[in-house]
Design a protein around this ligand. Structure first.
Ligand code: GDR
Length: 327
């Protein structure tokens, strides 16, 4: 059986990827940090096949030990401080985990290596946030980077160091430049889930208003389940490379709000929504829209869930969860 090792296993993508790889017959190892991590305990209940391994992206010896234990064929580095807003207030931590963490994982792979005939393959979760103040629309693998947050800067370092290790040491290391990808398992701090959850709670009478930052920003939002398949496809190629995964459509935060409220039968969403500058970011990414034609041509990858279906899936999930909590 092939073996996969995933960092960021307790996040949305870790869950989807672990399920996907398990379905493909992999032994799946997930790295968890900290002591008595409650998210890991919950995940182990949901995915009993998962082997949890201790380790931390800030600690190189722990990464070496984790790889020695898991002996993976494929490593997926999804672990990061991934909330852009938080990266402004914890910039050094973000640089250390989201940026230097990639370097440490690459070094651990060089040390542990896999076998000569079967070297470890590496996937890096690069991000559309690297494009930031976009220089070109739509964005492709060749669009120059102009990050707008400490998170985006750290991801640019991670991306560049993967290219450098690939070119310097011949590692089978690929990066997926993933545009926003969402789903029912998205953390509540991210805008899609914040809005779908609020729409459900307002519908159920559990909440009376939704306080937002900018409604003007535009994003290319896809479904996380589609995107993890693309990660795996990248590592099945003979040659490592970088690929954009995106839907090729862009929607504003306002459209997201309007659609989420419409999903619960509320048309006058403006009555419930208020904006507060505390949710504005010191620098904003105004518009993202990706061109995934390279992934489509070379990998045969295509997103399957469109934006209205995605939002409806998330709203329905939140209605169920919140209704179960209601008195
Ligand atoms: P993003 O995702 O920064 O694009 O990064 P997020 O959902 O946090 O923000 C999207 C846009 O919505 C605006 N916005 C708000 N955002 C949040 N979270 N909360 C609000 O109340 C709110 N109001 C408006 C934001 O300003 C922004 O313009 C995500 C992360 O998953 C990254 O880790 C990943 O790399 C990229 O997507 C691709």
């Amino acid at each position: 059986m092939p073996r996969a090792f995933i960092t960021g296993i307790t996040g949305q993508d870790g869950y989807h990827l672990a399920e996907f790889l398990h379905g493909k017959g992999y032994d799946v190892y997930g790295m968890v940090k900290g002591q008595n991590n409650p998210r890991a305990t919950k995940l182990q209940e949901e995915l009993p096949f998962l082997e949890l391994v201790p380790g931390d992206l800030a600690d190189l010896p722990s990464l070496v030990a984790a790889l020695q234990l898991a002996q993976p064929d494929e490593v997926y580095n999804l672990g990061a401080i991934s909330f852009v807003a938080l990266s402004f207030s914890q910039a050094e931590l973000t640089a250390n985990i989201t940026g230097l963490g990639v370097l440490r994982m690459l070094e651990a792979i060089r040390m542990v290596g896999g076998t000569q005939d079967n070297p470890i393959r590496f996937y890096q979760a690069s991000s559309s946030e690297m494009f930031g103040k976009v220089r070109q629309t739509p964005q492709t693998e060749l669009t120059p980077f102009h990050p707008r947050s400490p998170y985006g800067c750290a991801k640019v370092f991670g991306h560049d160091i993967v290219v450098n290790y690939r070119e310097s040491y011949g590692l089978h290391a690929s990066s997926g430049i993933l545009f926003n990808h969402e789903g029912p398992r998205r953390g509540i701090e991210f805008v899609t889930r914040k809005v779908t959850n609020a729409a459900a709670r307002i519908k159920l009478g559990l909440q009376h208003e939704l306080v937002m930052g900018t409604l003007d920003a535009k994003r290319d939002w896809g479904y996380a389940g589609d995107y993890v398949k693309g990660m795996w496809m990248m590592l099945q190629q003979d040659e490592p490379d970088d690929y954009v995964l995106a839907t090729g459509e862009t929607h504003s935060v306002e459209e997201l709000v309007q659609l989420s409220f419409a999903s619960v039968g509320i048309d006058d969403w403006q009555r419930y929504v208020r904006q507060d500058p505390k949710f504005y970011r010191p620098a904003e990414v105004d518009l993202l829209i990706g061109d995934a034609s390279k992934a489509t041509e070379k990998l045969g990858w295509k997103p399957e869930v469109d934006f209205p279906t995605l939002i409806d899936m998330m709203v329905q999930n939140d209605l169920e969860i919140e209704a179960a909590k209601a008195p």
